[in-house]
Design a protein around this ligand. Structure first.
Ligand code: GDP
Length: 303
C-alpha cells in the first residue's frame, strides 16, 4: 500500500497518478483538514473533497469542485441577501450534506468522509488526518484571519507573518492514519504547500513520529516546478516560516523526515538521495510518469 500525504491541488494530482499506476485500492491518502470550515449548515472539507473529486475523475477544470456543477443554491442564497463568498456548486454541496448527515448521526469525520468517497465511486481511501478539529489561521499586517477568509476574501494577499493550527496540539491522528503509515510500503509527501497543506498534518502529535518509525521509506515530491509555484500562495507561506524560497525551502521544511526527495533541480545541502526529474503534472501522462518514477525511486531506497 502507498500512503500519500496531501493538501489540495498538487497532492491531488499525484494521488490521481498513483491510483493510475499502482491501482486505486493500493492508495491511501492522508488529507489535510486544517482548511475545513462550517458554512451554510454543512461541514466542508476542501482538501479531502478535492482529492476525492480528482480520484473520481470528476474534478472541474477550474481546479476545484465537481465538473459541470450548477449553482442554484448559491444563486438563491445571494438573492436572499445571504453572504455567498464561499462558493459551493450544487453537487459539491450535496457531498457536504452526505458528510454532515453522517457527522450528525455521530460518525467520526473519517467515516463521514468515507461516505463521500463511496458516493463518488472512488476505490482508494481518503483519510482525514484527524477526527478532531484543527483550524489553520493566518496572520498578516491586517491581523488574524481564518484560512478561507484569507484565501478567498483577501485573495491570499501577504505578507504572511504567522500561521497557527488551532486545535492541533490537542488533536489525535485517527487509528486509520496510524495503521496506514505503519503498514505502508512507501510513504509519499505530495507536492503540496509545505506550510499550510502538509504543515497541519505534521502538526498533529504522533504523525511525525509515525513517519519516522514507519518501515517504509518516506519520499517527498517538490511542489515547485522550474523554481516556480504552479498555483497558490506557497511562496508567501514559506517566506513567513523563514524558509528559503523554492525547492530548497521545501526540502528544508521536511528536514529529518526524508529518505528521498524528488525535484527538477539539484538541492544543495539535501541530506537524502535526490531523484532529479520533471515534476510538472499537466496531464494524465505526466501525472502517471511522476507517480511511477517516485514509486520506483522509493522502492530502491532503504530505511
Ligand atoms: P491547495 O490546498 O489547493 O493550495 O493545494 P496544495 O497545497 O496541494 O497545492 C499547492 C501546491 O501544488 C503549489 O505549491 C503548486 O506549486 C503545487 N503544484 C500544483 N501543480 C503541480 C504540479 O503539476 N507539479 C508539482 N510538482 N507541483 C504542483
Amino acid at each position: 500500500v502507498i500512503c500519500l500525504l496531501a493538501g489540495g491541488t498538487g497532492g491531488a494530482k499525484l494521488a490521481r497518478g498513483i491510483a493510475d499506476v499502482a491501482g486505486a485500492e493500493e492508495l491511501t491518502v492522508i488529507a489535510n483538514t486544517g482548511d475545513d470550515v462550517e458554512v451554510y449548515g454543512v461541514h466542508v472539507s476542501p482538501d479531502p473533497d478535492l482529492i476525492t473529486y480528482w480520484l473520481a475523475d470528476r474534478i472541474d477544470e477550474r481546479g476545484w469542485g465537481i465538473e459541470g456543477d450548477t449553482w442554484h443554491v448559491m444563486d438563491a442564497l445571494e438573492a436572499a441577501g445571504r453572504p455567498a463568498w464561499f462558493r459551493l456548486g450544487d453537487a459539491d454541496l450535496a457531498m457536504c450534506l452526505v458528510r454532515t448527515e453522517a457527522l450528525r448521526r455521530g460518525a467520526r469525520l473519517t467515516d463521514a468522509h468515507a461516505e463521500v468517497v463511496h458516493a463518488m465511486g472512488v476505490g482508494s481511501r481518503v483519510l482525514p488526518m484527524s477526527d478532531d478539529p484543527v483550524r489553520t489561521r493566518v496572520r498578516t499586517p491586517r491581523g488574524w484571519s481564518d484560512f478561507q477568509e484569507f484565501m478567498i476574501v483577501q485573495r491570499s494577499e501577504g505578507p504572511v507573518e504567522e500561521v497557527q493550527f488551532d486545535g492541533a496540539a490537542e488533536a489525535h491522528p485517527s487509528p486509520e492514519v496510524l495503521e496506514a503509515l505503519a503498514a505502508a510500503d512507501a510513504i509519499v509527501i505530495g507536492p503540496s504547500n509545505p506550510i499550510i497543506s502538509i504543515g497541519p498534518i505534521l502538526a498533529v502529535p504522533g504523525i511525525r513520529e509515525a513517519l519516522v518509525d514507519a518501515r517504509a521509506p518516506v519520499v517527498a515530491v517538490s511542489p515547485f516546478v522550474r523554481g516556480e509555484v504552479v498555483k497558490g500562495p506557497t511562496e508567501a507561506f514559506m517566506a513567513g516560516a523563514g524558509l528559503p524560497p523554492g525547492t530548497p525551502g521545501a526540502a528544508a521544511a521536511y528536514e529529518g523526515l526524508l529518505d528521498g526527495f524528488v525535484a527538477d533541480e539539484r538541492v544543495p545541502g539535501l541530506d537524502a538521495p535526490l531523484l532529479q526529474t520533471d515534476v510538472l503534472m499537466d496531464g494524465a501522462e505526466p501525472r502517471r510518469r511522476v507517480a511511477q518514477e517516485t514509486l520506483d525511486f522509493a522502492a530502491g531506497l532503504g530505511r
